[in-house]
Design a protein around this ligand. Structure first.
Ligand SMILES: [Zn+2]
Length: 93
């Protein structure tokens, strides 16, 4: 029997010692606050819902958040120079 309860992270605050989170239980739909040790940042934590007691998981983001992506700069210089010699002086009598 598997429990697929997940705790949706609504807000997270990083303090010096803890992660202060606000989580919403997917089973009972209640919102509660929970603190995690800083060591759990960036990990998935499994715990019981304090309201309905269901065991579920919550993804805790790391403080760094998103890793900066290196953008590749493609310098494509498209030089289209077309020289057309126009010499169209024709006198027809
Ligand atoms: Zn619950």
């Amino acid at each position: 029997m598997t429990t697929n309860t997940t705790f949706l992270l609504e807000t997270i605050k990083f303090s010096q010692d803890n992660l202060h989170t606000t989580l919403a239980c997917s089973k009972c739909a209640e919102v509660f606050q929970k603190e995690f040790p800083l060591a759990l940042e960036g990990l998935t934590s499994q715990f019981k819902c304090p309201i309905c007691g269901a065991v579920g998981e919550a993804d805790l983001p790391s403080k760094e958040g998103e890793e900066p992506e290196k953008l590749q700069e493609d310098l494509v210089v498209a030089e289209t120079e077309t020289e057309e010699g126009e010499s169209g002086d024709q006198d027809e009598v």
